[in-house]
Design a protein around this ligand. Sequence first.
Ligand SMILES: [Zn+2]
Length: 469
Amino acid sequence: MAMAMADSRPPPVHSSVAGLAWPGLASRHGNNLLALLYQLERSQWWSPVQLRRHQFRQLTRLVSHAFNTVPYYREHLRAWGIDGRWKLTPQSFAAGLPIMTRAEVQQGGAAFHSAKLPEAHGKTGDTFTSGSTGRPLKTVKTGLSEMVWQAVTLRENLWHRDLRGKLAIIKIVDGTYGDYPAGGEYENWGRFASQVFETGPSCMLHVSTKTHEQVEWLLRMDPDYIYTLPANAQALAQYCLAEGIAFPALRQVATFSDLLRPEARAACREAWGVPVADTYSSAEIGYIALQCPDSENYHIQSESVYVEIIDEAGRTCAPGEVGRVIATPLHNFAMPLLRYHSGDLAEVGECGCGRGLPVIRRIMGRTRSTVTLPTGEQLYPSFQDLLIDFAMVRQFQIRRFERDSIEVRLVVTRPLTASEVTAFEAEMHARFQYPFAVDISYHDELARSDSGKFHDFRDVYSERDGDDR
Ligand SMILES: [Zn+2]
């Protein structure tokens, strides 16, 4: 493995990452990150029993911290029958603590924030998760949980690609520096990868750029790797397949954020002859699983998150069974989420690669799709932060059934006023880059499809009629 160790003394394998200092000098951070990465390089090969033992050592710290310093948990302990004699085991954890939904965490607000944080965990920061199945949720994280996130990001890179290659990132970009036609161009792969490794160059474009313009940009950039959202990867592959366009240097497509459909994998292979490496993460939880370097399975990132996959009766699913994904991030002491339901379903699997990290065969979760505009142009409409200005909206689902209109289904705490409707329509026109007529309706709840997927947007019109207009 091409890993440059800046510090030749390896960390003790049994040390807890929770003891690491943050934030420090840049070099100190780089060293800490490398130490953590070195530990991850080893622990992936641990046996399931060994992994579980270390996980529960960290979980014990997290749970006692939550019970002592987080108002929500303190208030509920008695009702849950948890007292001084309670001992943490996989069984008592599942039996004693209820599953927490996103709505409950939203409602609880600051009651989920710790009143007293260990100093070594560093400064806290807020992130807002986009609201596809609910209102935006504010998550508080620590320097330590951020560093664990960075280490797993580096693990994903080491598992899947040569960091000396050129990386093209097509995602939601704040500000204008990812705007077509120039996009952004950088000497390396980003601030933390470049602290630890010598990387190749990277470039960045906003994902809402029209598909044919993205392709034109990619031809100019000539990347080894494309890193983007699954639906966008699929749209690019299908466009290139139809037009006979190849990217000569391309070795792999990496996807993140939304659900990767099997069709997207197939399209990338067919269009460019390259595999897809997918990651499964959420803004509240962080990384949940990474695709195995040796197969299309996913390995749960047990060093940073405790994941239960359970059926309707609460039983742990066996390989081949599908259940709810319940996650407990192990290092976020600022806002501990114990047994948090991601809203996704997953099938438990088995992998022959030898890693001890538990396996997910497939994930059924949130999914989004591109739109083909009446002009024939295609783009990936971004709904990130859509609900920040519309606090009365709890959930939304957008469908296009007709050529020139879209249907917006809303779950609200109160209906929108006339001026709010106008503002919402303007927002839709901006995000679709097209003046669709907007038809708003109100609902008590929004259902998932039969397959368990939640589509926040679907272009039913183009799916039905094909894209050959
Ligand atoms: Zn594997």
